[in-house]
Design a protein around this ligand. Structure first.
Ligand code: NAI
Length: 338
């Protein structure tokens, strides 16, 4: 199938070209992010391949459909950036990669937590300046601490397991469905409000939905344990950034590690080192010594990139052959909770 890939980076090309030796797709790579104006680039392509910050709102989807595109292949798990109702109305099939390497994200989450808690980025910067003083670098053991994992799907379950079995934390979890294997491992399911109130470390792994948007808001922060650490490798809008900044200023929040940010579409994946960043909230976040931000890289391992490329190309082959796929996402399925 002819595929227009948007937001394509050198690493996408490398892993997709390698995986495509087992398929016969013709992939053209475009650096542009997909939105209503760049959709013209896809005219004549039956399929587009997109990533987390491509914007597939109704206008973009209409432009794609007018140009003859009938398939959107997401090379990610989340699909909050696609207007599924509009896609259904326009007869555009949407496929995604539900699971590529939950380990990649889970391991990175623990990496962020340890780096934040033990001040590793600050220590690294100090030592490079020949500053070997330890003042201000005191951390806390994870062992015995209460950690809360919101969303125990593929990634959250691994994080909960690592925290419980690897580090010896008390682990509270919250999800609409419980994972019996986690309960057996000693993880305790509680309502989300209890988790947010009792956890000393909170890690977010639920999807972004109208219900979970700004899950961490002023009220959640006010009710949390003083000095709570928050890690978010899921989706930026789970956290109200303004509330987070207020919580950091008052020291109610003891530290934050973010791989995702609500307005990341304007920033992440690009080299903006010569630009003046206009996002004042983001700039304020970066001024706190106890805030650690990475640019949506939790997925970025060789294993994950290989799995993403293979599954995406397989999805496109299934659509082309008219084979039904469990990787299809549709508005009706989401509405019915599948
Ligand atoms: P998953 O679908 O396997 O798990 C999500 C879990 O959240 C499910 O168990 C679901 O029941 C639960 N959930 C849904 N609504 C909830 C609510 N209101 N409260 C609590 N739990 C709720 O998804 P997976 O693969 O574990 O991914 C989790 C998140 O990580 C997704 O938002 C995904 O977009 C994000 N992600 C981030 C990456 C990164 O590079 N930073 C890479 C891959 C995924």
């Amino acid at each position: 199938m002819r595929v227009a890939m948007f937001s394509a980076k050198a690493y996408d090309r490398k892993f997709f070209d390698a995986a495509n030796s087992a398929f016969e797709h013709r992939i053209d790579y475009f650096e542009a992010r997909l939105d209503a104006s760049s959709a013209l680039l896809a005219a004549g392509y039956p399929a587009v391949c997109v990533f987390v910050n491509d914007r597939l709102d109704a206008t973009t989807l209409e432009a794609l459909a007018t140009g003859g595109t009938r398939t959107v292949a997401l090379r990610c798990a989340g699909f909050n950036n696609v207007d599924l109702a509009a896609a259904e109305r326009l007869g555009v099939t949407v496929v995604r990669v539900p699971a590529y390497s939950p380990e990649a994200v889970a391991e990175f989450t623990l990496g962020l937590l340890l780096a934040l808690d033990r001040n590793i980025p600050r220590a690294y910067a100090r030592v490079r300046e020949n500053n070997f003083a330890l003042d201000g670098l005191i951390g806390r053991n994870l062992a015995g601490r209460t950690a809360g994992v919101v969303g125990t799907g593929r990634i959250g379950a691994l994080v909960a397991r690592m925290l419980r079995l690897g580090f010896g934390c008390e682990v509270l979890a919250s999800d609409v469905v419980q994972d019996p294997a986690l309960v057996e491992a000693g993880v305790r399911y509680v309502p989300v409000r209890t988790l947010l109130r009792e956890a000393e470390v909170i890690s977010l792994h639920c999807p972004l939905t109208p219900e979970t948007r700004h899950l961490i808001d002023d009220a959640a922060i006010a009710a949390a344990k003083p000095g709570v650490l928050i890690v978010n490798t899921s989706r930026g809008a789970l956290i109200d950034t303004t509330a987070l900044i207020a919580g950091l200023k008052s020291r109610q929040v003891g530290g934050v590690a973010l791989d995702v940010y609500e307005q990341e579409a304007d920033l992440f994946f690009e080299d903006l080192s010569n630009e003046i960043i206009q996002d004042d909230l983001f700039q304020r976040l970066l001024t706190f010594p106890n805030v650690l931000v990475t640019g949506h890289q939790a997925f970025l391992t060789e294993e994950a990139l290989t799995a993403i490329a293979e599954t995406t190309l397989g999805n496109l082959a299934d659509v082309e052959a008219g084979r039904p796929s469990t990787h299809t996402v549709s508005a009706s399925a989401v509405r019915s909770g599948h």
